[in-house]
Design a protein around this ligand. Structure first.
Ligand SMILES: [Fe+2]
Ligand SMILES: [Fe+2]
Length: 280
């Protein structure tokens, strides 16, 4: 059965009259009667883009949240206003308060970047939360990875992203970072939110849990933009070892890391801008 993945929200807008971009990610998966939303963007483009693309969000009854950042969860309230009710799959830490710390001209600045709603607010709008760290099937052939075990010595790449630690801060451990695996007619398709757990840890977890050793496609944010050139080289080796045929690295991948992959992997790398549709 054909699986269609449509990019409803992404940092850049592609061809399509009136489609807008925003820093964020939302992918709509359609297969048979199933409609699943993977992330919701930050809330400015989801409803508008879905409408312009002819995607009926009232038919979506399941949402999987990759993690609790505002740019993946901020569209949830508007989505619920449209759909009225939906099961929302996520890790229990998705509601953790989280922040970005930047050096500004007048010293460090701190900005809240967590989910911009309380659980109660969303439940009043019809959300039914299924919060668990477990790997689980959320629709036929769609597996939510749950919490990704980290290798020994794991450290978050992006030191700007923090959680409270007493009166201070510590790097966000991103225990809630999760991905969505689709079994399609063309093979396994891995959808990433920001891959804060790291591409290697995510792939290793799936290899352990499912026995998969190759992926037809990988789509979404890789957070490679916050990594070093060495990290990019390691990601390249991993993608080659998994024999990935289509790499639509978007969102937090960043221009330079995406360009690096495109230079090395040629037309296996493609953009995935808001408005684009992929069929598997
Ligand atoms: Fe993100
Ligand atoms: Fe993120």
């Amino acid at each position: 059965m054909k699986t269609t993945v449509t990019v409803l929200c992404e940092n850049t807008a592609g061809v399509g009259q009136g489609i807008i971009g925003e820093h964020g990610l939302s992918l709509l998966i359609e297969r048979g009667e199933d409609r699943v939303l993977f992330d919701t963007g930050q809330g400015m483009s989801l409803i508008r883009n879905a409408s312009l693309l002819g995607k009926d969000l009232t038919r979506v009854d399941r949402v999987a949240l990759s993690h609790g950042h505002y740019d993946h969860t901020g569209g949830l309230a508007d989505f619920l206003d449209t759909s009225r009710q939906a099961t929302v799959f996520a890790h229990p830490d998705v509601f953790t308060e989280r922040f970005a710390r930047f050096d500004g001209p007048a010293g460090p600045r701190t900005r809240s970047i967590g989910i911009p709603f309380t659980r109660e607010e969303l439940e009043q709008k019809g959300a039914r939360f299924d919060l668990s760290p477990a790997l689980r099937e959320i629709a036929s052939g769609m597996t939510f990875t749950g919490e990704i075990p980290r290798p020994q010595g794991w450290k978050a790449w992006d030191k700007r992203l923090v959680v409270r630690d007493g009166d201070g801060w510590r790097p966000d451990p991103f225990r809630d970072d999760a991905s969505l695996l689709l079994e399609t007619d063309r093979g396994a398709v891995l959808l990433l939110g920001c891959a804060h757990a790291g591409l290697h840890a995510i792939v290793k977890h799936l290899r352990t849990e499912t026995g998969l050793d190759r992926f037809h496609a990988i789509m979404g944010g890789t957070h490679l933009g916050a990594g070093t050139r060495t990290d990019w080289e390691k990601a390249l080796s991993l993608l080659e070892s998994c024999r990935v045929e289509k790499i639509a690295a978007s969102h937090c991948t960043g221009f330079q890391a995406a360009s690096f992959l495109a230079c090395r992997l040629g037309d296996r790398v493609c953009p995935a801008t808001a408005g684009m549709t992929f069929e598997f």
